[in-house]
Design a protein around this ligand. Structure first.
Ligand code: ISL
Ligand code: CA
Length: 555
C-alpha cells in the first residue's frame, strides 16, 4: 500500500498567466484575471494550480529569466494580488504552487549585475566564471537557446556559463552563500502561504565535475549529459528539503529532464527526502521527436507505471507551456478532435501519478499555424526558424511547417473563453495572437454542451477524487502485443479498473483479456455512447474510443 498524500490525490491544472485571462485590457493575462476564473476551475474540479513564472523579469524567455524573485511583474499584478489569490484559492479548497527558476537568473538580476563588475566582487561566485581554453570557450557545450553555453564578458575577460541563453546566466550552486540566499527566498514564499513549487530545470543545478567536453568533433555539441545530474545534485535537493521544504506541508515538483525510472525514484522516494515528484517527459519527448506511435507510448507507460509503483511518484502531463497541444501531437485535431481529446484525458486521469491538465486541454484547444514567423513570440521558436533557414538551408515554407508542428507558442496562444473578438481573452490585441479557431473551440460553447470535452474531464476528475483505486491502484498491462490499443487494469484491494483505449483513427476489433470477467463489467465512462441494443459489439472500438470499467474482484 502506498502512503496516501494530498498531492498524490490532487488533480492539477497548469495556468500560463500571460495567456489565461486579461482583466485590465492591456493584452496580457494577469493575476486578477486568474481570480475571476477560479470558479470556472472549481467547476472543472481541479484542486492544485501551478502558475508559470510571474516574477519581475525582462521577459527574454517569458519570465524564465527572473530579475527579482520577491516581486511580481507589474504586468501580472502586485504582491497584494498574490495574497488575495492565495486566499481565494484556499477558500475554494484548492491549492496553489508557483514556478521557481533557480538554475539561472536573468542577466539583469542584481546578483549578476554585481557579479560581472569585478573578479573580486562579493557576488562573483554566485555565477560560474571561467577563463577560455586555447583561445575559445572553456568547453564545447551548446546552450538550449544559443550556440555556446559560455558567454564572453569583456568587463572582466572571462566567460560565464549559461545552460539556456546568454540572458540566463547559471547560478553557482557550489557556493553555500548562494544556496542559503535561494533557501531564504523560498521560505519567504512558503510563509506567504503557497503550497509548493514547480522547480524549473532543476536537474541542471549540478554539472559534471570540471565541466568536461562532450565527445565529438563539432565545435558546439548539444548534449545534456555533462550539464546536469552532477555529483552534488542529490545533496542540493536533500539540503533544500531539510532547510526549507520539510518545514511546511507543501509539494515540490521537479522539471527533471532526461529522467530514468531509477533517477525518478532517487528524487521522489519518500525516505530520501528530496522532491515529491519529477515530471515524466519520456512519452512527450518520444512523440515530439518520432511522431505518434501507440506501441512506443504504451511501452513507455508500462515501464514507468510498473517501475515506480510503491517506490516513487511522478507528475503526468501530455501538454505544458513548452509543448504542442495534446490533440495535435498525440491525437487528431481534425475530424476526431473531440473523441481524441477525451481519449487522452482518460489516459491522463487513469494512470498512477499526479495528473496535470494544461489550460485549454479541457476544451480541446489545438496547435496554431500562424502565416508568418513574425507572428511568433517565443525565443526558442525564432532560434529554430533561424537555424532551419540559415544553417540547414530549408525553404521558409518548410521551416514554417516545422514551426507549426513544434513551436512552444502552440501552447501559449490565449485561452479561448468565447467566440467574441480575441477569444474573450482580452478587450485588445493580445501579446500573442489567438488561434483563429476560437469561434468553434471555446469555453462558453463547451459549457453549453453536455457531451463536451469539459464535462468529460469533469467526470473523470470526480471519479479520481472519489475513488482511491484511480490514484493508488497497481497497474497491470493488458493486450500488450496489440499495436494500436492501450489497455490496462488498476487494482486496489477488491476494486479494479479496466481501461481500454483505441489510439488510432481506425475501428478496431479486440478480444477481451482472459482475466477480465465480462459478467462483472460495469462501464463507468466512455467517450462514445455504448448502445448494445443497437447491435454494437463490446468487442470493437470506434476511432479513439475510450472506456473505463469498474470491476469488483470476488474472493
Ligand atoms: O522547451 C524545450 C525545448 O524547446 C525544453 O528543452 C525546455 O527548454 C526545457 O524543458 C527546460 O524548460 C524550462 O526552462 C526553460 C524555459 O524556457 C522553459 O519554458 C521551462 O519550462 C528555461 O528556464
Ligand atoms: Ca492584463
Amino acid at each position: 500500500m502506498i502512503a496516501p498524500k494530498w498531492w498524490k490525490e490532487s488533480v492539477a491544472y497548469q495556468i500560463y498567466p500571460r495567456s489565461f485571462y486579461d482583466s485590465n485590457g492591456d493584452g496580457i493575462g494577469d493575476l486578477p484575471g486568474i481570480l475571476q476564473k477560479l470558479d470556472y476551475l472549481k467547476e472543472l474540479g481541479v484542486n492544485l494550480l501551478w502558475l508559470n513564472s510571474i516574477y519581475v523579469s525582462p521577459d527574454v524567455d517569458n519570465g524564465y529569466d527572473i530579475s527579482d524573485y520577491q516581486s511580481i511583474h507589474p504586468k501580472f499584478g502586485t504582491l497584494t494580488d498574490v495574497e488575495r489569490l492565495i486566499e481565494e484559492v484556499h477558500r475554494r479548497d484548492m491549492r496553489i504552487i508557483f514556478d521557481l527558476v533557480i538554475n539561472h537568473t536573468s542577466n539583469q538580476h542584481p546578483w549578476f549585475v554585481e557579479s560581472r563588475k569585478s573578479r573580486d566582487n562579493p557576488f562573483r561566485d554566485f555565477y560560474i566564471w571561467r577563463d577560455g581554453k586555447d583561445g575559445r570557450e572553456p568547453n564545447n557545450w551548446k546552450a538550449h537557446f544559443a550556440k555556446s553555453a559560455w558567454t564572453w564578458d569583456e568587463q572582466t575577460n572571462q566567460y560565464y556559463l549559461n545552460t539556456f541563453s546568454p540572458f540566463q546566466p547559471d547560478l553557482n550552486w557550489k557556493n553555500p552563500t548562494l544556496r542559503a540566499a535561494v533557501h531564504k527566498m523560498m521560505e519567504w514564499w512558503l510563509a506567504k502561504g503557497i503550497d509548493g513549487f514547480r522547480l524549473d530545470a532543476i536537474s541542471f543545478i549540478s554539472k559534471a565535475a570540471n565541466y568536461p567536453d562532450h565527445p565529438g568533433v563539432e565545435p558546439y555539441i548539444f548534449k545534456l549529459d555533462n550539464m546536469m545530474h552532477g555529483p552534488e545534485y542529490h545533496f542540493y535537493l536533500q539540503e533544500m528539503n531539510q532547510k526549507v521544504l520539510s518545514k511546511f506541508d507543501v509539494v515540490a515538483v521537479g522539471e527533471c529532464i532526461n529522467l530514468t525510472v531509477e533517477s525518478a525514484i532517487e528524487v521522489s522516494a519518500p525516505e530520501r527526502k528530496e522532491l515529491n515528484m519529477p515530471f515524466l517527459f519520456e512519452h512527450t519527448d518520444d512523440t515530439y521527436r518520432h511522431g505518434k506511435n501507440p506501441q512506443r507510448l504504451k511501452e513507455i507507460i508500462s515501464r514507468w507505471q510498473l517501475g515506480l509503483h510503491g517506490k516513487g511518484w511522478i507528475g503526468l502531463a501530455f501538454n505544458n507551456h513548452d509543448l504542442p497541444r495534446v490533440v495535435s501531437m498525440f491525437g487528431d485535431d481534425g475530424q476526431y478532435r473531440e473523441v481524441s481529446a477525451k481519449m487522452f484525458g482518460t489516459l491522463l486521469l487513469t494512470l498512477e501519478g499526479t495528473p496535470f491538465i494544461y489550460q485549454g486541454e479541457e476544451i480541446g484547444m489545438t496547435n496554431v499555424a500562424f502565416p508568418s514567423i513574425s507572428d511568433y513570440r517565443d525565443l526558442a521558436t525564432h532560434n529554430l526558424y533561424h537555424e532551419l533557414i540559415h544553417e540547414k538551408g530549408e525553404s521558409p515554407a518548410k521551416a514554417l511547417a516545422e514551426i507549426h508542428a513544434k513551436s512552444r507558442d502552440n501552447a501559449r496562444t490565449p485561452m479561448q473563453w468565447d467566440s467574441s473578438p480575441q477569444a474573450g481573452f482580452s478587450s485588445t490585441k493580445p501579446w500573442l495572437g489567438a488561434n483563429p479557431n476560437y469561434a468553434l473551440i471555446n469555453v462558453a460553447q463547451e459549457l453549453e454542451n453536455p457531451d463536451s470535452i469539459f464535462y468529460y474531464y469533469q467526470k473523470l476528475i470526480d471519479f479520481r477524487k472519489a475513488n482511491p483505486v484511480w490514484v493508488y491502484g497497481q497497474y497491470s498491462a493488458c493486450l500488450e502485443t496489440d499495436p494500436d490499443i492501450i489497455s490496462y487494469t488498476r487494482t486496489l484491494g477488491q476494486d479494479q479498473l479496466f481501461i481500454i483505449l483505441n489510439c488510432t483513427r481506425k475501428t478496431l476489433a479486440f478480444s477481451m483479456p482472459e482475466n477480465i470477467l465480462v459478467a462483472e463489467k460495469a462501464l463507468l465512462i466512455s467517450n462514445y455512447p455504448v448502445d448494445l441494443a443497437n447491435g454494437m459489439s463490446l468487442l470493437s472500438l470506434r476511432p479513439y474510443e475510450a472506456r473505463v470499467y469498474g470491476l469488483t474482484i470476488l474472493e
